[in-house]
Design a protein around this ligand. Sequence first.
Ligand code: HEC
Length: 165
Amino acid sequence: MKSKFVILTSLVAVGTILASFRYSEGVAEESPTIAYPTGYRNWTHVKTYIVGPKSLAFKFIGGFNHVYANERALQGYKSGHFYNGSVIVSDVIEAKEDSVDIREGRRHHLDVMARDSIKYADSGGWAFEEFSGDSETRILTQMTTTICSNCHAKKEGYVYSDYRK
Ligand code: HEC
């Protein structure tokens, strides 16, 4: 419980910083090297979590967060060891609530993590990227990717989610 609170609190701080960089610096000048995860909708669905309006992170990742793993990453989820070539996507989709149900709205962005223990050695062997909406436009700068990796570094192995049966 306590650690969840800490994560949420830091999400807000980070979100505020992310927002200011994103909008003050515009499109990432120093593009990281993660490729757009073409075909990720055919990968394995790991889990979905919903970030609701009461969450401090709502402004940044509010809505459905559907997590997908490519084949390598799926092995990693199962074995606890992620080999190079593992890619994990979090598909962030608006949640639209009517009087009865909650349904998917528009895609907000994709959060992507890719593993290369040599290339990304400085950030625990993982690189981070965001792609805007349905496009392949990158929206992180090198500074903002550091914010992603700093938070993920708090979790051993950098991957927070688990794969349920
Ligand atoms: C303040 C902490 C924090 C920051 C900052 C953060 N994340 Fe995460 N991220 C998490 C947590 C916690 C989860 C798992 C949520 C769950 O499974 O319920 C997660 C999940 C993910 C996942 C799914 C794989 C996994 O680790 O479970 C991806 C991909 C991801 N984040 C990418 C990013 C990217 C890209 C950024 C930067 C734009 C970022 N994250 C910033 C905490 C953070």
